[in-house]
Write a protein that binds this ligand. Sequence first.
Ligand SMILES: Cc1ncc(COP(=O)(O)O)c(C=O)c1O
Length: 414
Amino acid sequence: MPDFSALFSKNATNMKASTIRELLKLTQKPDIISFAGGLPAPDVFPVEDLRTAANIVFDTQATKALQYGTTEGDDGLREELVKFEMKQGVTLKKENLLVVSASQQALDIVAKLFLDPGDYVIAGRPTYLGALQAIQSYSARVLGIPFTDAQDGFDMDALERKYAEALAAGKKVKYIYVIPDFQNPAGFCWSLAKRKALLDFAYKTGLPIVEDSPYREIRFIGESIPSIYEIDQRGAARANVINLKTFSKILAPGTRMGWIMGDAALVAKCVVAKQAMDLCTNVFTQMWLAEYMRTGKLDSVIESTRAKYRLKRNLMVESLGKYMPKRADIRWTEPEGGLFLWITLPAFIDTDKLLLAAIEKKVAFVAGSGFYIDEPEHNAMRMNFSYSSHDQIEEGVRRLALVVEEAIAAHDKA
Ligand SMILES: Cc1ncc(COP(=O)(O)O)c(C=O)c1O
């Protein structure tokens, strides 16, 4: 095969295969209990109802489903999405909404729209790896902002300071990327005060906020907090927020279907950016999901997903309490929603190395370092609790605790 590497674009040269995704392949062996992926539990998929909806589309509108569609998205699905969002208190018109091939495409569209090589995006430390990959693929960088000790949002003083420093150094900051509801990887949830403060910062600086909300509906403890998108709508309505949503965690990720909500003019710009990517989102799937949404059953799927994940999250937290060595420098988050929790280990433990020992003991997690573009934290790990069975959660945490104990013993001996 000819070597084209000298011909690749600068952006392509900046695209890195994620080491995490490579490692995930290792963790997918059948005898390994893997807390590494971000997969929903397969038993939440409403297979029969989805089959019925697919059949209805084929029986009644097959040729439309097999034809090209508009870039904005199928009208039927957009109507259902408007209703879905309205139920949650979001006011929406169809022109505020673009259907996309799930949130990952939305992240790419936003990055394509705003980023020139060398530009900066403000994002949390840690943050979602796929967003970092999208940003890097446009040769842009991240201005990493730490979270508060209370884990209720950005440390706003650090944000102000880092932003001022970036401007003083002539850096161009283009947008703010946040996941306020049960963030991937750590499960943090932003308080209302922090959401408002970030919005004020966006108003003051004129920056857009890209609010990524795949886990918003998967709250299993406590009361929902309005999204930043909603707070803006109900308040100054200055439309600084672009909200990304997806069916991946509320229904099934294999649908690869999501939506962007934002100011109509910005959505129109996203439409143009998307056109060059795929002309339109898969038409059959859009009509299929619209048909499914018309049954009104999505709400009960979300409800039962929440109930299942609540039990699994509780079991993982309990198992950690039961098996992990008792030390002040071993901590974990106790998220009120989402799919992940985040464990911090003693500073002398490098979770990249620990992962190899864990795989030997047939348990896997994602090492925390992958969720930072620079100066990664090396002593943390992300644990997924949605996918494994109850037995696997308890046994996997037991195995993990043994690996941690061994690492501590080896350190103490050295
Ligand atoms: C924060 C965040 N954004 C976006 C995505 C991508 O989701 P989708 O399946 O909708 O592309 C994920 C997937 O795990 C995620 O955690």
